[in-house]
Design a protein around this ligand. Sequence first.
Ligand code: ADP
Ligand code: MG
Length: 244
Amino acid sequence: MIIFDSVSKIYGNGTVALDKVSFAVGVGEFMIISGPSGSGKTTLMKLIIKEVDPTHGKIVVDGDDISEIPHKNLHLLRRKVGVIFQDAKLLEGKTVAENVDIVLEIMGLSETEIVKRRNDLLELTGIAHHSSDFPSQLSGGEAQRLGIARALSTQPKVLFADEPTGNLDPATAKDIIGLLQDINTQGTTVLMATHDLDYVKHIKAHRLVLTKGVLTSDSFAHHTSSHHPSKETKKEAPDEDKKT
Ligand SMILES: Nc1ncnc2c1ncn2[C@@H]1O[C@H](COP(=O)(O)OP(=O)(O)O)[C@@H](O)[C@H]1O
Ligand SMILES: [Mg+2]
């Protein structure tokens, strides 16, 4: 579903955010990308949705080399890859329902389709009873659920959750991860970036570890016998801090 082939990202100020990173995410996988703050997780997400371009290397999403996607078709890539952020990035002046509706309107759905799909999404994410509330009336977990509902409204093949539990208490964080697992079970490929492994260490997943922009581990962790061949690669972490 996603291939990184020796991808590096060097920002304008010389910061090496990712250094020759290669990996592949299969259709339907649950992938956890971990690493401390500054290790390149968000950069990896931005590369997948072409919010930033790689300095070197090739990125394939759903069969397309994304460097070849013309600017006018970028919205198609962004519909294919839904993103949720640590702060849910909600429209504070709109109700819960309207926060979802606006995405569906932009996609050009009819009013009937909008109502149906929005109700389905709010049902799936467990916040249907908050439809006419405003984001300020939601708890942190509910706000994150609305962020997930919005990200799913384009029916993406991939959902990238960037530190989705960052602002949540442990119980709520576990709920949100459970919801991401449910969404994955229903067929969406899920990538979740986190610096905090506490909530995800028990999950069966494909795991990447980033250390200062270098992919230092790529492994499948299983609790039962698996479909995937067991595979692990380890690399040396860089000695010097690349930020200098
Ligand atoms: N726009 C930018 N310009 C320059 N450096 C950046 C930019 N965005 C991120 N960085 C740097 O790239 C590195 C990786 O950042 P990031 O991808 O946000 O890591 P993470 O999400 O793991 O915390 C950090 O050193 C960060 O300071
Ligand atoms: Mg980040």
